[in-house]
Structures are given as C-alpha cells and as structure tokens.
Design a protein around this ligand. Structure first.
Ligand SMILES: Nc1ncnc2c1ncn2[C@@H]1O[C@H](COP(=O)(O)OP(=O)(O)OP(=O)(O)O)[C@@H](O)[C@H]1O
Ligand SMILES: [Mg+2]
Length: 300
C-alpha cells in the first residue's frame, strides 16, 4: 500500500509512451489494480473467515466476494439470486455499505409483501387525492433512495403491469408519482433479489425479458449451504457468537455436532442453521451442543 503512488506514477509514465488502444487497456488495468488495493476488505470481526462482513472461505464464496469487489464501485445493476436463506439481503447491504453510496440511504422494498394495487404508489409515491386514503402527497421508496441504493427484494413476485412501470423508471431515471403530472429525476443504484428462476418465469410469460436484462447486468448467484460444507463450521461458530452478542442463548459445539451439521442438507440454508443453533443452544446442557441436541441432522 505504501508504494501505491510510486507504482501508479511508474505505470502512468509507461502509459504515456503507448499508442491508443494499449493505453486504454493499461488505464483499465491500473484502475482495477488500484480498486483491488482499496477494496481489500478486512475479515469480519472476531477472526471469522470472510469479507464484507460475510462469513465464508469456500471457493464458491471466494468467487462471490471477488465479484462483489468488482462491482462495488460501479453503479451496475446487480441481480442477486439464491435459495431462501443464502444471504441475498446481506449481499445487497454489503454492496451499499462498502460502496461509494454508503453515505446515502439504503431503501429495501419487499415486492412480495406489498399488495399489487399499492406497489406503484409505494415505489413512486402519490399526490394528495389520487386515490381513496391519499390524504397528502407522499414520497415513494425510489425517491427516498435518491443518492443511495434501492433494493428490490423478491423481484420475481412483481406483477407484470408493475414491471412495465419499473422498466420505464430504470430507463429514464424519473419518478412519476401516482396521480401527478410532474416527474422527478432520481439517482439510485438498483439491486434486486429473487429465489425464483426468472428465466423460467420469462418463458412462462410471467416476467418481462427486457426488465430482466436491465436488472441482471451482473448476476450474483449465492451457493446453497450444502454446496459449501467448508463454510458450515465458521458460520455456525459465528452465528453462536452473534447470538451471544445479542443476548440470545449460546453454547459451544462438540466436534461430533460440527460433523453432523456439516452432513445436513439445510434446505433453509443459513437462516435454518441459525434457527437450529439458537434452538439447540437453548436446550444445551453445560453450555455444550451435542449431536443429540440437534434436530435436523437426521433429515439428511
Ligand atoms: N455469509 C454469511 N455470513 C454470515 N451470516 C450470513 C451469511 N449469509 C447469510 N447470513 C445470515 O443468514 C440469515 C439469512 O440471510 P438473508 O436474509 O440475507 O438471506 P436471503 O437469501 O435474503 O433469504 P430469503 O430468500 O429467505 O429472503 C441472516 O441472519 C444473515 O445475517
Ligand atoms: Mg431476503
């Protein structure tokens, strides 16, 4: 790190001697290299292996961290995919917290939790009197995220009609409140997440292909927990440690218990591991979780 300015100067001197395309290539290389220097993220607190506050040391997670580091400093829309409980929301918040928009707001919208009839007004706001109950002008989530990140969770649940409106917003960067005539320009980075196979939904006519390509400029696919057994032990220890700091029951895992956790299929992934550990810790005797205290292991 200390030699960074010196090395950059050397590279720049060389760049001056190069013809057009090579020069651009070198500039790109330099940028990537400088980014890599500044993005070398410290491991999560407590000595757990991982990056960006996320635990993981498996090749699959290393790949996720490398992709994350590459897109962190850009405004490229990212689609996060993965089974339930694999950490999609955590990725969205890492993209925000570790990127240049960190001082701006992170606004999360759960597209599955908002009734279709309300979604447009929730996202883009409404003006007073535009529908029953609209007693005053109200800002939407997209505008609230101005200067920051808009996280569209469960995007696969978004109704088709709303998808068209979202596409227009992404293309124009403009918010049109329900019932209003004015438009407002907003600057947001969009991160979307889904546990559905959007390609299949496109084929079935339930998801717009053009919207998909807008959202999935980069797709970050989170591996299921069973595909990264080497992450299970550090994750389990981290989750028990986190429980302790939050005043929840905690306990130490026996070697056999760790082995059993590693052999379990975890259809609910890390969230399921978390629930299982919290439950087991509450029943553990002498502060120790044994195989007999685990419930889900036999499911494998
Ligand atoms: N790599 C990780 N390191 C530490 N904790 C993690 C990691 N991945 C997930 N978790 C934890 O697991 C839980 C589930 O993560 P999250 O809510 O991000 O998953 P999700 O993919 O959004 O799930 P869903 O599809 O059900 O919404 C959270 O408590 C989160 O903190
Ligand atoms: Mg989620």
């Amino acid at each position: 790190m200390d030699r960074l300015p010196e090395q950059l100067r050397e590279l720049l001197d060389q760049a001056d001697l190069l013809p057009g395309p090579e020069r651009r290539e070198l500039a790109l290389l330099m940028r990537g290299w400088a980014d890599a220097q500044s993005e070398a993220e410290p491991a999560p607190e407590g000595g757990f292996p991982g990056q960006f506050g996320m635990i993981g040391q498996s090749p699959a997670m290393e790949q996720v961290f490398a992709l994350l580091a590459r897109v962190l400093h850009t405004d490229v829309p990212v689609l996060v995919t993965g089974e339930t409980g694999t950490g999609k929301e955590l990725i969205a918040s890492a993209l925000h917290k570790h990127g240049p928009r960190r001082k701006g707001p992170l606004v999360a919208v759960n597209c599955a939790a908002i009734p279709a009839t309300l979604l447009e007004a929730e996202l883009f706001g409404h003006v007073k009197g535009s529908f029953t109950g609209a007693h005053k002008d109200r800002q939407g989530y997209a505008e609230a995220a101005d200067g920051g990140t808009l996280f569209l969770d469960e995007i696969g649940e978004m109704p088709m009609e709303m998808q068209a409106k979202l596409l227009r917003f992404l293309q124009e960067g403009e918010v049109r409140p329900v019932g209003g005539n004015s438009v407002k320009h907003v600057d947001v980075r969009v991160v979307a997440a889904t546990n559905r196979a959007l390609e299949q939904q496109i084929k079935a006519g339930a998801f717009r292909e053009d919207l998909y390509y807008r959202l999935a400029v980069l797709t970050l696919s989170l591996p299921a927990l069973r595909e990264r057994p080497e992450d299970i032990e550090p994750l389990a220890k981290f989750l028990l440690h986190r429980n302790e700091t939050e005043g929840l029951p905690t306990a130490k895992l026996s070697e056999e218990a760790i082995e059993a956790l590693r052999g379990s299929p975890w259809p609910g992934n890390i969230r399921q591991l978390q629930n299982e550990l919290t439950r087991a810790a509450a029943f553990a005797r002498d502060g120790r979780i044994e195989v007999a205290d685990l419930e889900l292991v036999s499911a494998s």
